[in-house]
Design a protein around this ligand. Structure first.
Ligand code: KG4
Ligand code: ZN
Length: 385
């Protein structure tokens, strides 16, 4: 759900004071109501989930207030503007999430608070973390900091037919967003290892920059996808950077520069950059960008003997990527998953699930003092990668 309105509301809050030994908690195994908070980039998002176990997750509310229009004139997200907007909106989004979920008594009904602690834009992350710490302290609730990228991975658990009980490890995750392009090997719920990453621009960033070159506005991914539908993907052969490198890393800045030079050359030749030419460039770029993602993911899945390939992150909204990765994984007999469309881009539902799993497996103490912002939070690196 995308919403930009503000919702007036008054909170009735008691201040019990923090009691580390007695933080409100529900025994694991009983259904828990989990609040998720996400402010790492340009979406202010709050969600409430009822989680009985990882196979029984019910989304009670999923509110996302997008700042896309605010940042569009700048062609990308401006960190301090994002933080100011999060500060303006977070209490309202929180209220809307509670109302939609039918939560009338936060103190009694919410069992666990989770918040994105990184990676992301520092000033933006701090707004969500500070808000989360404040309510955790006020209501004496456990608070879990969550890795945003793990959140994207867990957006796959939101598929209607997803059966976590039948999940087979290791899972090779391709996480592709505006800030990240990562291959992450998930050996179990506690063990994530980074197998490959971009050396420069993220895939989503390349979509955004190429869209800007074509005058398509921000965010570029959806705009490129749309016009590429009527484009000829073979008209302009573009490079596939690092396709044959001996590791599983990516590079996207060269591909973006190739589009820049292509446009310059076409203009020098006196060609008109009409809508069809733009569509052909978009389709050719998309083909090159996705080709590398799919091929490297399949190579890594083979190398690490993955049992499944999971796609996630904002770029997983690309229908072409979803389809191509599906058929490539099926060709080698691996299981494949991608998130429901509604959970491809940033949201707090995925953060609530990741936080719940952290709480269950990673044995953090759950105090609000234990949560710290880490704008560069990542994964353990596989040796030699
Ligand atoms: O995960 P996300 O919402 O935010 C970050 O964590 O960065 O990802 C946003 C990125 C943007 O770069 C956007 O252009 C890209 O996801 N994106 C797409 C599509 N929809 C969103 N890229 C390609 N095709 C799409 N349909
Ligand atoms: Zn994201």
């Amino acid at each position: 759900m995308i919403c930009n309105e503000l919702w007036p509301h008054r909170l009735s809050v008691r201040t019990p004071g923090f009691q580390p030994g007695k933080r409100g908690s529900t025994p694991l195994g009983a259904a828990m109501k989990v609040l998720g908070i996400e402010t790492s980039c340009d979406e202010t998002a709050v969600a409430v989930l009822e989680i009985e176990d990882i196979n029984n997750v019910k989304v009670l509310s999923n509110i996302v207030s997008s700042q896309v229009k605010l940042h569009a004139p700048y062609g990308g997200v401006v960190p301090n503007l994002a933080a100011r907007e999060h500060t303006k909106n977070i209490a309202h989004v929180f209220e809307q999430a509670l109302t939609t979920a039918g939560i009338s008594d936060f103190e009694k009904e919410i069992d666990l608070i989770t918040v994105t602690s990184g990676p992301g834009l520092g000033p933006a992350l701090l707004v969500g973390i500070t808000f989360a710490k404040t309510i955790a302290w006020k209501y004496n609730k456990p608070l879990i900091g969550t890795n945003h990228l793990k959140g994207h991975v867990y957006s796959n658990w939101l598929n209607e037919d997803f059966n976590a009980g039948s999940v087979v490890f290791p899972i090779l995750n391709l996480v592709v967003s505006g800030g990240h392009t990562e291959l992450v090997l998930m050996k179990n719920y506690e063990d994530f290892e980074l197998v490959g990453e971009t050396m420069d621009d993220a895939a989503g960033e390349a979509f955004d920059k190429v869209a800007r070159l074509l005058g398509l506005g921000y965010p570029g991914g959806p705009a490129i996808s749309k016009i590429a539908e009527s484009g000829n993907r073979e008209r302009f052969p573009l490079p596939r950077p690092m396709l044959h490198s001996k590791n599983f890393n990516f590079s996207y800045s060269g591909l973006k520069t190739a589009v820049l030079y292509l446009l310059r050359d076409l203009k020098e030749q006196g060609a008109e950059i009409d809508d069809q030419t733009k569509a052909d460039i978009a389709a050719s770029f998309q083909e090159a960008a996705i080709d590398v993602l799919v091929k490297k993911t399949i190579q890594a899945a083979k190398e690490y003997q993955a049992a499944a390939v999971f796609l996630s992150g904002g770029v997983s909204a690309s229908a072409v990527l979803r389809e191509k990765l599906k058929s490539a994984t099926e060709d080698i007999g691996l299981r494949y998953s991608r998130p429901p469309m509604a959970y491809t881009t940033d949201n707090a539902t995925m953060i609530a699930i990741a936080g719940y799993i952290n709480h269950k497996y990673e044995k953090t103490d759950g105090s609000w003092q234990s949560v710290h912002m880490n704008a560069n939070l990542g994964f353990k690196v596989v040796q030699g990668s």
